[in-house]
Design a binder for this molecule. Structure first.
Ligand code: SAM
Length: 197
């Protein structure tokens, strides 16, 4: 079951982690290189082996990556240490974060976590993002907008993304990504949303 840590832990144990780019997502790298974000406290949800978290830390963000697969946390921590990165990684179920990090982060970074959870948990995901962001905090997201049935990865359309987030967030940007890795060309949207309160 995709909602259990055992399911994901097994993927890491077997090495069947086909989603792993082995590098930060190109859309995040271009965003960071533009220096358009003021660094702050950032959470990476479902951080995997940590490449996105390490990229944000390199640009001065105070980053914690969260994942409930222990091996992902161990490998991300080892990669960060090898690269002398300040990014930290904690084993947590993201849905438990509000109790520990209420209104704490300036930014939430999303990449292939929203598409990994059971679609029935999407409202809970929006709620958790809302609860751990500071007022006017921002969600920086790469959404997997493919339209194939089933999952993971479970696709989502831009219209559905707006339906989930527009009540609580200003949609600053939601647009197709043009510099995806080849296997994901035409199937990703970049989202930049700001919490209304
Ligand atoms: C498809 S992988 C993506 C990993 C990483 N973002 C990347 O792009 O390489 C999804 C990750 O989310 C984690 N995950 C899924 N549901 C989670 C939850 N409820 N709490 C914490 N981590 C979760 C999985 O363990 C897995 O590492």
């Amino acid at each position: 079951m995709v909602s259990t840590s055992e399911y994901w832990e097994q993927r890491y144990q077997e090495g069947t982690t086909r989603w792993d780019l082995g590098q930060a997502a190109p859309a995040f790298v271009s965003l960071l290189q533009s220096h358009s974000l003021q660094p702050g406290k950032a959470a990476v949800l479902g951080s995997g082996r940590g490449y996105d978290a390490i990229a944000f830390a390199k640009y001065g963000f105070d980053v914690i990556g969260f994942d409930f697969a222990l091996l992902a946390i161990a490998e991300a921590t080892a990669i960060a240490q090898a690269r002398d990165s300040s990014a930290q990684f904690l084993q947590r179920d993201i849905f438990d974060l509000p109790a520990e990090f209420s209104r704490y982060f300036h930014y939430i970074i999303e990449h292939t976590c929203f598409c990994a959870i059971n679609p029935q948990q999407r409202q809970d995901y929006v709620k958790l993002v809302r609860e751990i962001l500071q007022p006017r905090g921002e969600l920086i997201a790469i959404f997997f907008t493919h339209s194939r049935p089933g999952g993971p990865p479970f696709g989502v359309s831009p219209e559905e993304i707006k339906q989930y987030f527009a009540t609580d967030f200003e949609i600053l940007k939601l647009q197709p990504i043009t510099n995806s890795v080849p296997a994901r060309q035409g199937e990703e949207h970049f989202g930049h949303f700001r919490l209304k309160l």
